[in-house]
Ligand binder design. Structure first.
Ligand code: AMP
Length: 458
């Protein structure tokens, strides 16, 4: 889970990248960084923290140039270290390159062991670093051929933006797990994880980077090369369900509209007789709107979200239970008291947050609470970049819907069916990766693969 952004041919490339990353902040809050080239020299800046905390005018002014690549990183377990912040910059054979990667490789450990046995020295514990090593190894053949060769070796999810002193290159795994799009602004080009980043800088959306494509952007304009073919697509359905911003278009579709379809599907499968529908904001908002419109039930905001909750705050005193959940959402007693409510949320992962939230609305006076989840039970871990816990911690991996209902202390719990999900996706289930629901992994995972294997080096 990360956000990436690149610019070619704009005199304020650093500033544009700052705004692009700002719009992609939801994709990663651990660290932010960018590398900028003036055509000869590449300068970089990376730090832990949110985009506006990491960069300021003074830092941006020290990053002159018309080509840039930026990255926001999502924290997975451990290793909150600036060493792992991207873009990842190296100089090899006199040429500097900077790489920003979104997604997870499933055979990084294997490749890394192999490269280390040949003498490679790794600087970080990131899977992304193996891509840089493979590119460096094949660099004699020219960058496009080197990328093609690397694509033949790495497996899994990768949307990548690569900066060289005089060009920007975007490439994407042949399954298209993670989104990546191309836009144009003032005669220059931009590449971004999501279109919401293009909107902010008033760039025009041109198209998506195709799965398996290598797109080179330089003084000659755009040159597209075939990197690697695949028989199928495997777009991450969870990008639609939860991760991407609702104003974005990803995989050719608007996220808001998709989420509304999920809510409509829930309404078809589980029409409830309740006083009103409410979301757990913000993740449940759009499916709740879809559900309310499809059933004709009133829509209310039964809990209010505090938008200013950062990552760090003073720890509450010992007596204040569930503080971290309560600080984010607060129930509105006036609306909830004595009511029969249908609460919509996008997903249940561990179940712990939802349990506290349900308890809070019960204490606020809700009389009967029914919960609707706009995706099927998540039973399997993700190896392609969504930060789900181990199967042991995924509540639906070990428990039936009825057991989960009881644990959450609900009067009813309803998940969208897999068929309902596929129907919201226009019936094109085979275009998507549904592994977290079905356990069918489109790209086989290397034996013994665990995210934390790479983290062990810390
Ligand atoms: P829980 O009750 O702990 O399962 O948390 C459910 C809430 O976490 C839902 O509102 C989801 O939107 C949100 N969520 C979605 N994806 C993840 C994830 N990968 N890890 C943790 N929480 C997530």
């Amino acid at each position: 889970m990360c956000g990436i952004f690149g610019v070619f041919g704009h005199k304020e490339a650093a500033k544009l990248t700052y705004f692009g990353l700002y719009a992609l902040q939801h994709r990663g809050q651990e660290s932010a960084g960018m590398a900028v080239s003036d055509g000869r020299e590449v300068r970089e800046y990376r730090a832990l923290g949110l985009v506006p905390d990491v960069f300021n005018e003074e830092i941006l002014s020290r990053l002159p140039g018309h080509i840039a690549v930026g990255h926001v990183r999502y924290s997975t377990t451990g290793s909150t270290t600036v060493k792992n912040a991207q873009p990842f910059c190296v100089t090899h054979g006199g040429c500097t390159l900077a790489l920003a990667h979104n997604g997870n490789l499933v055979n990084a450990y294997e490749i890394r062991r192999e490269l280390e046995s040949q003498g490679s020295i790794f600087q970080t514990t990131m899977d992304s670093e193996v891509i840089v090593h493979l590119l460096a190894k094949a660099s004699r053949k020219g960058i496009v051929e080197a990328i093609r060769e690397a694509m033949g070796i790495i497996r899994g999810a990768y949307s990548v933006i690569l900066l060289l002193p005089d060009k920007l290159i975007a490439f994407r795994d042949p399954y298209g797990f993670r989104p990546l799009c191309l836009g144009m602004v003032n005669g220059g080009y931009v590449v971004a994880s999501e279109t919401c980043a293009l909107d902010l800088i008033q760039a025009q959306y041109l198209r998506d980077i195709e799965p398996g494509e290598i797109l080179v952007i330089d003084e000659n304009g755009l040159s597209s090369y075939k990197g690697m073919e695949s028989a199928r697509r495997a777009h991450c359905i969870f990008e639609f369900i939860y991760f991407a911003r609702p104003d974005s278009y990803i995989f050719g579709e608007n996220v808001y509209a998709f989420r509304k379809h999920l809510g409509e599907g829930l309404a078809r499968e589980n029409p409830l007789e309740v006083d009103f529908v409410m979301p757990f904001p913000d993740s449940g908002n759009y499916a709740a709107i879809g559900y309310a419109q499809a059933t004709g039930l009133p829509f209310e905001m039964g809990v209010i979200r505090n938008h200013y909750v950062g990552r760090t705050f003073i720890q509450p005193s010992a007596g204040m239970r569930d503080f971290s959940v309560r600080v984010k959402l607060n129930p509105v007693k006036e609306i909830l008291r004595g009511k029969k409510v249908a609460v919509v949320d996008d997903s249940l992962v561990r179940g712990t947050t939802s349990r506290t939230r349900v308890k809070a609305i019960r204490e606020a006076g809700a009389h009967e609470i029914y919960m609707l989840i706009s995706c099927p039970p998540i039973r399997h871990p993700c190896f392609y970049g969504i930060d789900f816990p181990t199967p042991g911690e995924l509540i639906a991996a070990k428990h039936s819907v009825e057991e989960i209902r009881r644990y959450l202390e609900l009067d009813g719990l309803y998940y969208l069916s897999l068929e309902g999900l596929i129907s919201a996706a226009g019936g094109e289930g085979d275009k998507f990766c549904l592994a977290c629901f079905t356990g069918e992994y489109p790209v086989p995972v290397e034996r013994g693969f665990r995210k934390d294997i790479l983290e062990k080096g810390e």
